[in-house]
Every structure is written in structure tokens, then in C-alpha cells.
Write a protein that binds this ligand. Structure first.
Ligand SMILES: [Zn+2]
Length: 234
């Protein structure tokens, strides 16, 4: 059995966002929750994603994310895999989907299927189960606007050989980063950041994962002394 990975033709075109607002409404109307958390969300006992994260409850149903967040979806990677079997060639698709509300929550999901769109649907659902909370802030010495436009402090994320460092930037700097990383930052709701990367930039998905890994640290780490001092000065 030989596996050959091919880059799908016109991959860039696939990256356009899918509008799924009506589908979301329909999915939620048909939803019969299976988990305790799902049931609480369905009946309106839990009304915010913050509550879910504060209590550290795992999201096991994608509808929970749909109910609590207005998520946008973006196909960030499609790989067509050809498997050579005795009867000939068998194709399958490996898809990565990024979801985000442009306001502090993102998720990445991957999935594989013989058909492309089922793979996209599975990956989208997986992304909704992998939500990451992103801490944002002003965070830069040069900026005193005190709004949530950047990362609150320097964070570094890793995935395989890819390493991504995000540095707080003052308002108006924009996203000084590669396109793959920009997509993730936009979905998280960050508008200004300086970025340093190392590793082979051809491994797109690794950089997306490293960026998400970096962003996940914005809520794990305590604010540095410098930030605390800055806060005290106000
Ligand atoms: Zn600022």
C-alpha cells in the first residue's frame, strides 16, 4: 500500500469562508443534546461560553459552540490523498477547518473522508470541540489605549518544527505576520501584533497549530511584572 499526498489544485480558492447562518439555526432547532452540559445550554441554564470555560467543562457536542457563539468557518487546508490498492486508486480528503468568533475564541479541527464535503463537515465539528480561549490586551509600552487589540504579553507556540512568537504591538501596527498566521489572529479578534517564526514555512498546518498553541498561552500565563507595573501606573 503506497500513500501519495497531493496538493489539491486551486487550493487557495477553497479558502473562502462559508456562510452557514441558516444552517446553524436549523441545526440548533433539531438538536437533541446528549451531554449534561448540552442539556443545560439547550434549556438556557448556561448562556455564555465564559461559564463553560470558567468551570473547565469539556465541549463534547458541536452544537454547544453553535448555541453560545456566532462562529465563522474557514477551510485552511485540503490535502487529497491517493491510496494505491489492488483494484486501482482510492482517493480521500484530509481537511483542516478553523473556526472563530473574532472575539477571543478560536478552534482548529481536522478530518478525513472519501468525499471532500463530508470531510469539511467533520473537521468543522471537530474544530468546535477544540475551542481555545484567547486572552487579549493592549499590552504594549508604546500604546496606552487599554483596549483588547493585541496579545497581552509575549507568547511562543510550537508544533513539530514550527515555532511562532507573538509580541504585543501598539494600535495601528496591523498584523505583521505571514498569511496563515494572520487568518488565525483575525479569527481570534487580534488586530495588531508582531510575529516571529522559525521552521519550514511550507508546512502551513504546523504554523497554524503553533499560532493556536501560542494564543492558548495568553490565558495560561500570568501577566509579567512589566505588565503589572504598567497597570499600577494607571
Ligand atoms: Zn493599545
Amino acid at each position: 500500500m503506497i500513500e501519495i499526498e497531493e496538493k489539491e489544485k486551486g487550493k487557495e480558492k477553497v479558502e473562502e469562508e462559508i456562510k452557514v447562518v441558516d444552517e446553524r439555526e436549523k441545526r440548533l432547532a433539531d438538536w437533541v443534546p446528549k451531554t449534561e452540559l448540552g442539556k443545560k445550554v439547550r434549556v438556557g441554564e448556561i448562556t455564555s461560553i465564559e461559564e463553560v470555560f470558567k468551570e473547565n467543562k469539556p465541549i463534547l457536542e458541536p452544537e454547544i459552540a453553535d448555541a453560545l457563539l456566532q462562529l465563522e468557518e474557514n477551510i485552511v487546508d485540503v490535502k487529497k490523498t491517493t491510496r494505491v490498492v489492488r483494484a486501482g486508486r482510492k482517493f480521500s480528503f484530509r481537511v483542516a477547518v478553523l473556526v472563530g468568533n473574532r472575539n477571543g475564541y478560536i478552534g482548529l479541527g481536522t478530518a478525513k473522508d472519501a468525499e471532500k464535503w463530508p470531510a469539511v463537515n467533520k473537521a468543522t465539528n471537530n474544530a468546535k470541540l477544540n475551542l481555545v480561549k484567547v486572552g487579549r490586551g493592549c499590552g504594549s509600552w508604546e500604546c496606552t489605549c487599554n483596549t483588547q487589540h493585541s496579545v497581552p504579553f509575549k507568547v511562543t507556540g510550537k508544533n513539530a518544527a514550527a515555532r511562532v512568537t507573538l509580541l504585543p504591538a501598539p494600535r495601528g501596527v496591523g498584523l505583521v505576520a505571514g498569511d496563515n498566521i494572520k487568518d488565525v489572529l483575525r479569527f481570534a479578534g487580534i488586530t495588531d501584533v508582531w510575529c516571529k517564526v522559525t521552521g519550514a514555512t511550507s508546512t502551513k498546518l504546523n504554523f497554524i497549530r503553533a499560532t493556536i498553541n501560542a494564543l492558548s498561552k495568553t490565558t495560561e500565563m500570568k501577566a509579567s511584572n512589566a505588565i503589572v507595573k504598567k497597570m499600577e501606573r494607571r
